[in-house]
Design a protein around this ligand. Sequence first.
Ligand SMILES: NC(=O)c1ccc[n+]([C@@H]2O[C@H](COP(=O)([O-])OP(=O)(O)OC[C@H]3O[C@@H](n4cnc5c(N)ncnc54)[C@H](OP(=O)(O)O)[C@@H]3O)[C@@H](O)[C@H]2O)c1
Length: 401
Amino acid sequence: MATAVTGPTGFLGLRLVRALLDRDHDDSLILLAHTGSTAAIDRLSCFLTAAGAGPRRTEELLRRVRIVDVDVARPRLGLTEAAFEELADQIDVLWHSAASTSLSGELADLRRVNVDGTRHVLELAAAGARRPVVHHVSTAFVVGRRSDPVIYEDDLARPADGFETDYEHTKYDAEVLVHEWSAATGRPAVVYRPSILVTDQPPRPDLPEQTLTAVTRAIVTVAALAVDRGLGTGPRDPGRVQTIRIVGNPRASWNMMPVEDAARDMVRIAQRVRPRGVATFHIVHDENLPVSTLCELLESQLAVRMQLVADYPRDPTAIEELIYRIPGFPRYLEHRHVFDDTRARTTLGERTSDTRVDRDYLLSAIGAATAPRTRDALGDQDLDQALSERLRAALAPEGAR
Ligand SMILES: NC(=O)c1ccc[n+]([C@@H]2O[C@H](COP(=O)([O-])OP(=O)(O)OC[C@H]3O[C@@H](n4cnc5c(N)ncnc54)[C@H](OP(=O)(O)O)[C@@H]3O)[C@@H](O)[C@H]2O)c1
């Protein structure tokens, strides 16, 4: 049986590939890797080695994969008609994990990869003689700003709710396409909605990083620069702890799911579920983490005090203004969503994640988000511009830095 996977070199994609290879020992995988990116096989090999597979096991696993270069944003994934049809006819199961995951991405770019990309992948599934089941990786955040405290697995954003980021919006549109495709073709699809995926594994420059690292790096960068320059709430005083006021709810909380557990659970669900139309599963942790824990974590790493306030300060400091430029991030400090995962639990028949995500776990997770040396490189540059550039660089995807 042949399983094809888009986005196999991503933060989640690599773990998904590993879980799929571990599951069916005779299956082959067709990795639909992004054309023009770092050689997919090198990234996978590097990941397997870092995950402790050992040279012989790595070689054994790599023998079962075949790479096809694609660009999901292009019609027929950028393949010729003949190559597209030939590929379609080889696939029994199709996982779609490729996406543009940039929280600061331009809407048009996000749309091309996340919405058009999903449409092209669904066309691949429709063209295949073996009528593959589609497994679509979405996100728990497709509910956008929906204010209900509990989000159920069949909930989606309502038109009036809006979205925190364009990324969320395009993932929502992609999920809608999956529903339309299933209704139009009468074919089944499984939708997985992970929350924020995290790992406590040490980061490596040659592997994709987690979102939390990029966001933390941005905050740490801004905060470190501000503290260094005395840009906090008062006059410059290196010994003084600066206060950063951010609009947030002290009772806000985030759901963070270890990525290894997420990949394992998604593959297990895929083995067990036989949907008629679309079946959607929350891939989430048992417990939300209070946002106050994240604030304490930052305070422990920096000479700052994070203060969650009800309204945007009338006299924002330079650092507070900059923090508000981190796309989406400040809004999430008000989120209190609990993602109900009854369907996932019922299907799995067991706890979805047994890894404890707490302060120590997050400390390892953000360990890499080190502040840059702040005294260097700024020179006589306009400070605001310098901070903005740092912020943009900190938020850019790994390869773009
Ligand atoms: N990470 C999270 O916290 C999280 C949470 C919820 C849901 N999700 C969802 O999970 C899925 C995987 O996310 P991830 O964390 O693995 O993201 P990621 O690390 O950014 O990986 C994205 C993958 O998509 C590929 N890709 C991007 N543009 C492409 C294109 N035009 N054509 C073909 N492939 C393309 C990338 O290849 P290159 O790297 O080679 O460009 C990479 O393999 C996404 O659908 C995302 O929305 C992620």
